[in-house]
Design a protein around this ligand. Sequence first.
Ligand code: AMP
Ligand code: FE
Ligand code: FE
Ligand code: ZN
Length: 289
Amino acid sequence: MRSAQRFDGPSDLHLHSNHSDGTQPPSEVVRQAHAHGIRTLALTDHDRTTGWEEAGRAAAELGMTFLPGMELSAKHEWRSVHVLGYLFDPIDPALAAETDRIRGDRVGRAERIVRNIGRDYDLHWDDVLAQTTQDATVGRPHIADALIARGIVRDRAEAFDGILHPREGYYEPHYAPDPLTAVRLITRAGGVAIIAHPVTSGRDRMMPLAFIERLIAEGLGGFEIDHRENTEDGKRLLRSIAAKHDLIVTGSSDYHGAGKPNLPGENTTADDMVARIIDRATGTAPRYP
Ligand code: AMP
Ligand code: FE
Ligand code: FE
Ligand code: ZN
């Protein structure tokens, strides 16, 4: 395959910067990936593409291949579903309108969560703004950072296990499209749609199989299987579905800087699968060194 000869592995296709809920600027994310041995990476900030340029420049300086990407927020019934998009056109009007809508609604939602928490704890919206870079996709991780700064919790994990967990009663949902819409938007923008961590345990556990088959019919490219939050049983099931439908399977770190224990390269994607993503996409070219 021609494209397969143009990039070097190991490849990590899921990392976040401070343009969403990672703690480092895109260039630092790229440097960290390089320091952990990664040679091809994708930046996949939630609902946002503004980190691409800086990440692409940093990757070029280090002789790495950069795949522009994004993790699009979606929702199936009560489940939060994340759809990774690779190499789509960032100015596709339908996709851009949807990410604007999601990010806009996330702000009001975060304010509502903070107001709920503020009834019981000394936490204010300004505390969250102090933890958020300009225009970043705002999420519970930034509220977690504000709780840490206030000395209410020790780290993001403690915040998510406690105050930010829906069972505690402070949680509010945000607008997100149906996964079918998410897959269609990414695909029509020339990108490749891959379901992120599809088989986690707990509240967001797997979508029904019949619904996954509908996503495949809609153009779904594949699944992120090697991810620390997928269950072992779930990985086996996904591998069999992927084999049956000849889908792409990936492995990634979901690095968030200091925001999560995940480290670049803790899971990687096989070269032939990276090549399939590159060969299938038409929206944006990879940035080769
Ligand atoms: P939100 O989209 O605002 O509901 O927040 C979800 C985000 O929080 C996800 O993108 C995760 O990266 C992050 N997250 C979820 N659980 C944890 C955790 N235990 N520790 C750190 N970050 C987390
Ligand atoms: Fe995140
Ligand atoms: Fe995710
Ligand atoms: Zn992620």
